[in-house]
Ligand binder design. Structure first.
Ligand code: SF4
Length: 510
């Protein structure tokens, strides 16, 4: 199984098709609107409390930029520090290698089940599926991940993977599925959030107390001390990170920070940007192993899986600065309407639209850079100042190039652009095309509007409300009222500025 196979869900339709299906799901849209709106408001309120918020963002962006520039050195320092503290570091070039390493480590303990802390990296590599193939059952312990796992579903948000589910749906999933995975849901379970949380607590507790092996991701790792950090809200992470004998952490190589003191910046930015809280309820930090305290065996798997290739792209590499706060998802008008599944990747929303195509190759996810209005809200919200619109435009160019290179014949769009270029290069051709276009458009117009056009224009006209062109073009009007030799363009260079702008506006109004 390749890294590309794992990041993009196999068989997932391209974004436009998946989005069309998602848009028809009114219940999901209502759930998303409510949830993203709530988180958005909370984030704005707590960010406004810090006078140095913008300065923090600048510092975080600078740390990430400089870390990526010397990533190899920081990773080697991290390996040294973790090893010196009693841990073991493994290097995984791709998803298959990472899965093999983790599977072997679990098998070496003799265990056939693991508890998991919420982790994007392990979702990216399809670890649960790989473990299942080896006869090892992985239990998700984050509440939202539990809902996704029990519902045989896919996460749709970085921070709130079950954001697309309402309370009544969650109750149904718990009642139907919990028994097959362990302790069943209590009799008479209601959809009150407290009842649902209690059901999850009871279901998970026996797993925490029994588990000998835990698997986690990591939010950060400090290269100078070898300290690994996981932040979470429910305490399930703390249970997984402290109770089992063996802890295996799978971490993308971009998560390393040069120094423990850098956490000062990121631990202020992350909770405020993600959940709208001043600090995370649980922030777990550990350095290697400590005798008779916590896991006695610690393995850190450093995952590449497309990150080195991303690093080579000077524009695109900024996506590796992401701290997975999900602020960009919560402000994105496209995400709010389509939800996360439409992106066909474990990384949805604006960050997914720039990260996934780079991790798996643009050919595998060519539609994602176009899943954006380029409104820039993501850039404004991002705590590490990733210029997502810039990367989107950059990747769009790559997608077009890749498409062009893969085709023997030019696309209809390329032909249309070539024809437009030829028309625009000649005033006579432009005038003729305007006359022809206006005549044709008036033929298909109804009630002053152009309705559905046939053939390749159908998708364009189906999503736009276009007024029919004026009976007379500006050029023709000008010629009729000002004389033949005095075109708007010619007059603009010769006449008085005020006069020209007035007459052009008049012409446009017509
Ligand atoms: S791109 Fe920025 S806003 Fe989006 S998840 Fe990453 S850090 Fe957060």
């Amino acid at each position: 199984m390749s890294g590309a196979d794992n990041v993009i869900w196999l068989g997932a339709p391209a974004f436009p098709d998946a989005a069309r299906t998602a848009l028809a799901d009114t219940r999901q849209r209502a759930n998303l609107r409510r949830a993203t709106g709530t988180i958005r408001d909370k984030r704005l309120a707590v960010a406004a409390e810090l006078e140095d918020w913008e300065e923090l963002r600048e510092r975080a962006a600078a740390v990430k930029r400089s870390t990526l520039r010397h990533l190899d050195q920081h990773l080697l320092r991290l390996e040294q520090a973790v090893t010196a503290a009693g841990g073991t570091v493994h290097w995984a070039a791709d998803a298959a290698e990472a899965n093999r390493i983790v599977t072997n480590l679990v098998q070496a303990t003799g265990e056939s089940e693991v508890v998991k802390v919420k982790s994007m990296a392990t979702q990216e590599i399809g670890l649960n599926e790989a473990l299942a193939e080896a006869g090892i059952r992985a239990y998700e312990t984050d509440l939202a991940e539990l809902i996704v796992q029990l519902g045989n579903d896919r996460p749709s948000h970085i921070l709130v993977p079950a954001i697309h589910r309402g309370r009544s749906e969650i109750r149904e999933i718990f009642q139907r599925e919990m028994g097959a995975w362990g302790k069943p849901a209590p009799e008479g379970l209601t959809d009150d959030p407290r009842d649902l949380a209690e059901a999850a607590r009871l279901h998970l507790r026996e797993k925490f107390l029994r588990a000998k092996v835990a698997v986690s991701g990591a939010n950060f790792a400090a290269a100078d001390t070898g300290t690994v950090v996981v932040v979470e809200s429910e305490g399930n992470g703390r249970m997984c990170l402290t109770l089992p004998e063996t802890l295996i952490t799978v971490m993308g190589i971009e998560k390393v920070l040069p120094s423990f003191t850098d956490l000062d910046v990121f631990l202020q930015l992350l909770p405020r940007s993600s959940t709208g809280e001043r600090m995370n309820p649980y922030t777990s930090l550990w350095t290697g192993v400590t005798e008779d305290d916590g896991p006695q065996y610690f393995h850190l798997v450093l995952l590449d899986n497309g990150r080195t290739a991303t690093l080579a792209d000077e524009v695109g590499r900024q996506a590796l600065s992401c701290i997975r706060c999900s602020a960009c998802l919560n402000v994105c008008p496209v995400y709010e309407r389509t939800g996360g599944h439409a992106y066909g990747s474990v990384y949805p929303g604006p960050i997914g639209a720039v990260l996934t195509p780079q991790l798996v190759g643009i050919e595998q996810a060519a539609s994602l850079p176009f899943a954006s209005t380029l409104c820039g809200a993501c850039y404004d919200a991002c705590p590490v100042k990733i210029n997502i619109p810039e990367v989107l435009v950059h990747l769009r160019a790559e997608a077009v190039e890749a498409k062009r290179a893969a085709r023997l014949l030019p696309t209809p769009e390329a032909l249309a652009m070539k024809a437009a270029g030829a028309v625009l290069a000649s005033p006579r051709r432009l005038a003729a095309a305007q006359r022809l276009g206006a005549f044709g458009a008036r033929l298909v117009a109804r009630d002053g509007r152009i309705g559905a056009l046939p053939g390749p224009f159908a998708r364009w006209s189906g999503t736009r409300d276009t007024p029919a062109p004026a009976r007379e073009s500006l050029r023709a009007w000008w010629r009729r009222t000002r004389g033949d030799g005095d075109t708007p363009q010619g007059s603009r260079t010769r006449g008085r500025p005020g006069e020209n702008s007035r007459t052009t506006e008049e012409g446009e109004r017509r």
